[in-house]
Design a protein around this ligand. Structure first.
Ligand code: SF4
Length: 349
């Protein structure tokens, strides 16, 4: 792996390290750990001391955020469709099972963030979290990086947003509430469907959709707006009218402040892994998917528009307003299902 090489032999003129490597990890601080507990069995953690933690998104005009903080790479939530799989390839790691089980932990993330926020050059811009991989994945239960990160943001009254599928965010609810008293805070939970069978196979490492909606319920109950990114809507498996209705109804009942639908997309890295899953679990759909995603990563525009219209109609019926930017205390939703525009961006997230 790239960081192994860096750790073994610090960069010299003869063995230069790639700029991205240098930016992400120190050359002398990679520790690999496993934990023999049921929760972490089969998972390897690579603890690194990052050189920087606040990343500027290249071409940010195409993204709803400009600055990101990502304390982890790889994600034990193991969603089959995860676009971030490709980012593991930049570390010479496997984008399939390796993405789910080889987790890079930037153990110095809180201290780096605190230093960056107090530097003279920092202008207090909004910081999006959960934009690449989930910062409340299971590893966070052990490493507890997010409390220090949120405290740093709270102490500088720096606006931020978090998108997650992890119920672990409830642990930090009080900190988030404190931050929301002094700055703009956006919390969003990702729930693309409520079908349990689909959930078990396509998002095998995540809390159930019901438990994620409990997060929405808990935040709403404490007066903190919590939106739902209804992602992904999975063609032919999660898009039947009654499925969309059940999902939007559940989102409304949880008290979500908004619902934003997003149809499955399949970028390189995710595409191969997803098709392997599809051949195993739904071989009868392979042909339809090849036709739908044959020429690119996205479903046809007409299909995306149809889903968006259906979800917005249901949202209106159940009393949820479609997400829109600019409303009071609304932060653009960081979408870790929406791919960055370029490979360069992927390396920097
Ligand atoms: S889609 Fe999100 S929660 Fe799922 S594996 Fe990717 S980063 Fe993790």
């Amino acid at each position: 792996m790239r960081w192994d090489r860096l750790a073994d032999s610090p960069a010299t003129a003869a063995t230069p390290a790639a700029p991205a490597d240098i930016a992400l990890f120190g050359t002398d601080a990679v520790t690999t750990r496993t934990f023999d507990t049921p929760e972490f069995r089969g998972i390897t953690f690579h603890e690194v001391r990052a050189r920087s933690i606040v990343n500027r998104v290249p071409g940010a005009s195409r993204m709803p955020f400009e600055w990101t903080v990502n304390p982890y790479r790889g994600c034990t939530h193991a969603c089959v469709y995860c676009f971030a799989r490709k980012t593991h390839a930049y570390l010479d790691l496997d984008t399939g099972i390796g993405f789910d089980s080889q987790i890079v932990v930037k153990v110095n993330a809180p201290e780096l963030l605190r230093a960056r926020l107090s530097s003279r050059s920092w202008q207090g811009a909004h910081i999006a979290m959960g934009t690449n991989v989930d910062c409340y994945q299971r590893a966070e239960g052990r490493y507890r990086l997010m409390p220090g990160i949120i405290e740093a943001l709270r102490d500088r009254a720096n606006p931020f947003s978090v998108l997650t599928k992890g119920t672990l965010i409830l642990r930090d609810q009080e900190l988030i509430r404190q931050a929301a008293e002094v700055t703009e805070v956006g919390v969003s939970v990702s729930v693309g469907f409520t079908d349990r069978e689909l959930w078990r196979t396509i998002e095998p490492g995540t809390p159930s959709p019901e438990r994620r909606l409990d997060v929405v319920r808990a935040f709403a109950g404490h007066g903190i707006d919590c939106g739902v990114l209804m992602a992904p809507v999975v063609p032919f498996l999660g898009d039947r009218p009654e499925q969309l209705r059940a999902t939007v109804r559940a989102i409304a009942e949880a008290g979500a402040s908004s619902v934003t639908p997003l149809v499955l997309h399949l970028r390189p890295g995710a595409r191969e892994w997803f098709f392997g899953w599809l051949r195993h679990h739904h071989p009868e759909l392979v042909g339809r998917y090849e036709r739908m995603y044959g020429t690119g990563a996205y479903a046809p525009t007409w299909y995306q528009r149809r889903i968006t219209r259906q979800v917005h109609e249901l949202a209106a019926e159940f009393g949820i307003g479609p997400a829109h930017r600019g409303a009071p205390r609304r932060i653009p939703v960081p979408d870790h299902h929406a791919p960055p525009a370029t490979a360069e961006q992927l390396t920097l997230l």
